[in-house]
Design a protein around this ligand. Structure first.
Ligand SMILES: O=C(CCC(O)(O)[C@H](Cc1ccccc1)NC(=O)c1ccccc1)N[C@@H](Cc1ccccc1)C(=O)O
Ligand SMILES: [Zn+2]
Length: 595
């Protein structure tokens, strides 16, 4: 009968066995398309997704045979809750096909996009991909026009081609969310955090970091005005978005040579890697060794064979944006990325390996618990380890610091902190605003003809950047960022950037570190490794405060550890910008005054 827990547990076992067959097939078909974008592979992917959605629907219907909401056994009850949460699979077949098609169209446009007519090119029909060409231009060029060409061209070839598909996707995603009992798709996405007034909590964390961001923004703006003297900066105080070393102005690390407090003491890890003939595989071996030295798991033998770690050279179209893959059969785990030999890519490699480590640690959980405690946890693992790897002390250990440099040199340490700030603090408003925009779109507060105006309202209000060329509502600049066409939520990265410093603080204590937090390297500490492993093994079987408590002893997210980490730099920045006006006017959007 409906309350027979023994029979229910038998059903859960059967579900798990079936899921470990259906999911690998769907993953394999998705992998094939991601590593070789063709219409044929797209059809196979659609077929497999249809099959998985039918399995999800069937399973959902079977959960109705049990009064699982009244089960006293928490673990079984939680499994039923997750099995019943089938997302877009709830849609009737034809609508499911439509939403999958709309998503495939946008993903394909994004991954195939190329930009032509480069200023100075003899052959104007020569076209360039984001990875590696446009990203390298955004990282290295100091030519205003060239930067503007890449910035505008990328948006013309991606976002501008998506509004209709995106509107279709929003409509159907909201319909599915409604059928699952949520007010809209944003409500569904936020439900994964199982947190009362989650939006309010995020806003409070963001407010706690605004002052730090404004200091960095004012400093960068001052130095960029010197570099681009004679070029127009809006008098409302924003920084033109194409000058920050990154296509989305989300990470300013490529401005290190301009912004380092002591330029004479560079951290030129990329050059050191190139001088030592680093290969992609050497980067992965380095990362894997950091994990295993903590007592965590090595990569399974098949991993290197089956992964795609470099951009294929046979001209085939692939999804270059990095991702880690769990095939839910406890055996197959892969990474797909178009690695370049740079420090940024060494960090990304740790980020992706962090995802795979989480897969390995929770692989014996029921399939529905093979997820992060919340999505931010999954994004934080690799970054926590990278906080140790990036320290001058650790770089010295792995011979990526120039021999003549002393890792304890205070000026070098301040340069290091600036380098970290240009990635971690610069990211905060960007990590926050993407889903602020999307949640409003899902709520219906932002209509299609306001998509771009609202995007720029948020971009200049929260991030203090402005478009280098006039924007119109026929543009769709949100679509120029992978996660929007790929329908990947983004607040998870904002959460990760906050909690990774809480984890770092706790693990450094476990590793017996004394002294400033930014100098800590947990390398080789199996005590720290064991704590991290114990948390990861939980998967999503417990609510995230339990998982947070397992590492930090606290049950709440807070920004105090991030602020502590950057304290020495904050003091330096305050002095550096004391004659600057901090912040910017909030006037934004379509009537935006383009210089
Ligand atoms: O997008 C990524 C890294 C890709 C990923 O590892 O987060 C990837 C995104 C993705 C790709 C395809 C489908 C879904 C998500 N996420 C994963 O591979 C993943 C995440 C959770 C579980 C399993 C795999 N980073 C973000 C933010 C970021 C994070 C860290 C450093 C720099 C920048 C960005 O680049 O804007
Ligand atoms: Zn990630």
């Amino acid at each position: 009968d409906r309350n027979n827990i023994t029979a229910a547990k038998i059903w859960l076992e059967e579900y798990n066995t079936e899921a470990e067959k259906v999911r690998p097939e769907a993953q394999e078909a998705s992998w094939t398309w991601n590593t070789n974008i063709t219409d044929y592979n797209n059809r196979l992917k659609l077929e497999a997704e249809k099959k998985k959605s039918e399995f999800d629907k069937r399973s959902y219907n079977q959960t109705l045979n049990w009064d699982w909401k009244n089960f006293t056994e928490i673990n079984a009850k939680r499994q039923f809750y997750k099995i019943a949460d089938i997302g877009e699979s709830v849609l009737p077949t034809d609508k499911f096909q439509q939403i999958t098609k709309a998503k495939s169209n946008m993903q394909s446009v994004y991954s195939k996009a190329r930009v032509c007519n480069k200023p100075g090119d003899q052959d104007p029909s020569k076209c360039y991909p984001l990875n590696p060409t446009l990203e390298n231009i955004m990282a290295k060029s100091t030519d205003w026009k060239e930067l503007a060409w890449a910035w505008e061209g990328w948006r013309n070839e991606t976002g501008r081609k998506m509004p209709d598909d995106y509107e279709k996707f929003v409509e159907l995603a909201n319909e599915a969310a409604g059928m699952n009992g949520y007010t809209d798709n944003g409500d569904y996405w936020r439900s994964w955090y199982e947190t009362e007034n989650f939006e309010k909590q995020m806003e409070e964390l963001f407010i706690g970091l605004k002052d730090l961001y404004k200091l960095l923004h004012a400093y960068a703006r001052k130095k960029l005005k010197e570099r681009f003297v004679g070029h127009p900066f809006p008098d409302s105080g924003q920084i033109p978005a194409h000058l920050l070393g990154n296509m989305w102005a989300q990470s300013w690390g490529n401005l290190f040579t301009l912004l380092a407090p002591y330029p004479g003491k560079p951290l030129d890890v990329t050059e050191m890697m190139r001088e030592q003939n680093y290969t992609t595989r050497k980067m992965f071996d380095l990362s894997e060794k950091f994990f295993t030295d903590l007592g965590l798991d090595p990569m399974p033998p098949k991993f290197y064979n089956d992964s795609m770690l470099d951009k294929p050279e046979d001209g085939r179209d692939v999804v270059c944006h990095a991702s880690a893959w769990d095939f839910y059969n406890r055996k197959d785990f892969r990474i797909k990325q178009c690695t370049q030999v740079t420090m940024d890519w060494l960090i990304t490699t740790h980020h992706e390996m962090g995802h795979v480590q989480y897969f390995l640690q929770y692989k014996d959980q029921p399939v529905v618990f093979r997820r992060g405690a919340n999505p931010g946890f999954h994004e934080a693992i690799g970054d926590v380890l990278a906080l140790s790897v990036s320290t001058p002390k650790h770089l010295k250990k792995i011979n990526l610091l120039r021999p003549n440099q002393n890792p304890d040199d205070e000026e070098l340490q301040l340069n290091f902190l600036m380098n970290q700030a240009l990635k971690k603090i610069a990211f905060i408003p960007f990590g926050y605003l993407i889903d602020q925009w999307r949640w409003k779109v899902f709520k219906g507060e932002t209509k299609k003809d306001e998509y771009n105006e609202d995007w720029w309202n948020l971009r200049c209000k929260h991030q203090g950047v402005s478009p280098p060329v006039q924007r119109f509502n026929t543009d769709f600049d949100a679509g120029s960022k992978f996660h929007v066409p790929n329908n990947t939520p983004y607040i998870r990265y904002f959460v990760s950037y906050v909690i990774q410093f809480q984890f770092h603080k706790a693990l450094c204590k476990e590793a017996g570190h004394n002294g400033p937090l930014h100098k800590c390297d947990i390398d080789q500490s199996t005590e720290a490794g064991n704590k991290l492993a114990a948390m990861m093994k939980l998967g999503s079987s417990k609510e995230w405060p339990d998982a947070m408590e397992a590492i930090t002893g606290q049950r709440k997210m807070n920004v105090s550890d991030l602020i502590e980490y950057f304290a020495p730099l904050e003091d330096w920045l305050k002095k550096e910008v004391k004659n600057e006006t901090l912040g910017w006017d909030d006037q934004c959007g379509r009537n935006f005054t383009i210089p």
